[in-house]
Design a protein around this ligand. Structure first.
Ligand SMILES: N[C@@H](CCC(=O)N[C@@H](CS)C(=O)NCC(=O)O)C(=O)O
Length: 202
């Protein structure tokens, strides 16, 4: 297998943390976004959407989408379960994973893309949209904070893929000044907990 990685990318980081939690080691190919390596004909054959991560299997089959890659690896390495232990937990992990993507990680990424110089020549920026995304993230963090009252992790009693998605979304936000407000004590405590895990810097 071969993992097409982007060291600074929030989505590849989701899979790297997942693999570190499971002790899975896969040879990495580091993509160079500054050289536009993801838009070369060779990489577009791997992922025509020009995004990382991608996982190439030994028979040449390609999987993209962070969660799809994690789900595939979960089937190969079921212990410890990171998508839930029961039918209900599986639903809860899916629910909080999607909420983390839609309400925190994606708007944080859009805030970055629409307000930072790094993306100036890479997409048509709409700064007002970026700022609207920033406001959305801050508003939705309050809901996550309320949910985390009395809970160690987001979806179940275990650290799951849903925590990883939120963790990577929050980390991306921090990089663009979108920090968890101090008054959100539950979210802040959760953040300290997950970022202290040995796998957090994978
Ligand atoms: N939904 C995809 C998103 C992948 C994605 O957006 N990857 C970013 C890195 S975090 C990327 O490759 N960006 C390159 C670009 O947009 O030019 C996933 O979950 O894997």
């Amino acid at each position: 297998m071969k993992f097409y990685d982007l060291a600074a990318g929030s989505n590849p980081r989701r899979v790297r943390i997942y693999m570190a939690e499971k002790g899975i080691e896969i040879p990495m190919h580091q993509m160079d976004m500054m050289k536009n390596e993801h838009h070369t004909p060779d990489y577009l054959k791997i992922n025509p959407f020009a995004k990382m991560p991608a996982l190439e299997l030994d028979d040449g089959t390609i999987l993209t989408e962070s969660v799809a890659i994690c789900r595939y690896l979960e089937a190969l390495h079921p212990e410890p379960p990171m998508f839930g232990r029961t039918a209900l937990e599986e639903g809860q992990v899916e629910m909080w994973n999607r909420r983390s993507e839609l309400e925190i990680a994606i708007p944080s990424a859009q805030c970055f893309q629409h307000t930072s110089d790094f993306w100036k020549d890479r997409l048509e920026q709409i700064p007002a949209w970026g700022e609207a995304c920033r406001s959305k993230v801050l508003k939705q963090m309050v809901i996550f904070d309320t949910h985390l009252q009395g809970r160690e992790f987001l979806a179940t009693d275990d650290y799951t893929v849903a925590d990883i998605t939120l963790q990577c979304g929050v980390l991306l936000g921090k990089g663009i000044g979108l920090r968890i407000p101090a008054e959100l004590e539950n979210l802040t405590a959760w953040w300290k907990r997950v970022s202290a895990r040995p796998t957090a810097r994978a």
